[in-house]
Write a protein that binds this ligand. Structure first.
Ligand SMILES: Nc1ncnc2c1ncn2[C@@H]1O[C@H](COP(=O)(O)OP(=O)(O)OP(=O)(O)O)[C@@H](O)[C@H]1O
Length: 262
């Protein structure tokens, strides 16, 4: 079931530097939510707080009734149904696309290292099922043809697709996508938009996207939060954000927003 994400007064400091200041937001179950803002606004840092890679200096982050700050990041997939992708996909390049996708199943496969090492029958049956599921997911996302190819033979755009399928293998209830369109061609962005629409139609999950590509944000999100200098500047639809003078000013600088630089 899709998860509800609730952040309350999340702040993050590195030494004397304030990176996030009292950020609060709530994402409804099943929503596609955008996190936008200029470079250095704190978007990835906020993602890192949600996924447990950074520990906020103060505040609360809840995925349904799980207070994530009380759970080790390595357990958030299992305990809270969290999965994420990264700005730069981290695939095992020498392994096949299928093997990379299978790595995403680890949070819900039964048995520990011993049962895998002994190749116990229930473990082997579950592995066969996971392989079938991985091939099915690759098919849905138009990547079935690449299943047995080493990942390093694929383009950057296809790596992002493989990373998305790998994240889906963990059966996420909350999926964080960090700049999925970065480095993609126009055609690849269109294909990515279609993939997210497929996910939304076929799976019950909540999606949060950090992205600079406003075309993608407009096409996919129900609501957005705009961050600037680590603080929440506004919340609304993508269209409202794009026409909000405070947002235009944050992106372009006050002079341009006022028309002085023309
Ligand atoms: N581990 C860290 N140590 C020190 N400062 C950090 C660390 N991580 C992020 N920052 C700082 O926090 C600020 C926000 O960075 P962050 O990457 O979260 O912004 P962003 O909105 O995701 O930017 P971009 O759109 O360029 O990816 C930056 O000033 C960055 O230098």
């Amino acid at each position: 079931m899709a998860a509800r994400l609730k952040l309350t007064d999340v702040s993050l400091h590195f030494g004397g530097i304030s990176v996030l200041q009292n950020v609060s937001l709530e994402v409804e179950p099943g929503a596609v939510f955008g996190l936008v803002g200029p470079n250095g606004a704190g978007k990835t840092s906020l993602f890192n707080c949600i996924s447990g890679h950074y520990r906020p200096s103060s505040g609360s982050i809840r995925i349904d009734d799980v207070e994530t700050l009380a759970v080790h990041s390595s357990r958030l997939a299992k305990v809270a149904g969290l999965a994420r992708t990264f700005q730069h996909p981290a695939l095992r390049l020498e392994a096949s696309v299928l093997e990379n996708v299978l790595l995403g199943a680890h949070s819900h496969l039964p048995g520990g290292p011993v049962s895998w090492a002994l190749r116990l029958p229930p473990t082997m049956r579950r592995e066969r099922e996971a392989r079938a599921e991985a091939r099915d997911l690759l098919e849905r996302f138009g990547l079935a043809w690449a299943a047995d190819i080493p990942a390093d033979e694929l383009s950057h755009g296809l790596h992002k697709g493989v990373e998305l399928v790998r994240a889906m293998m963990s059966h996420p209830r909350l999926l964080l996508l960090d700049e999925p369109a970065a480095g993609l061609s126009h055609a690849e962005v269109e294909s990515f938009i279609a993939s997210v629409r497929t996910m939304r139609a076929d799976f019950d999950l909540t999606i949060v996207i950090v992205e600079h590509h406003m075309g993608l944000i407009s096409a996919l999100t129900d609501r957005v939060v705009v961050l600037d200098h680590g603080a929440k500047l506004m919340e609304g639809t993508a269209a409202e954000a794009q026409s909000d003078p405070r947002v235009v000013e944050a992106y372009l600088g006050k002079e341009v927003a006022d028309g002085d630089a023309a």
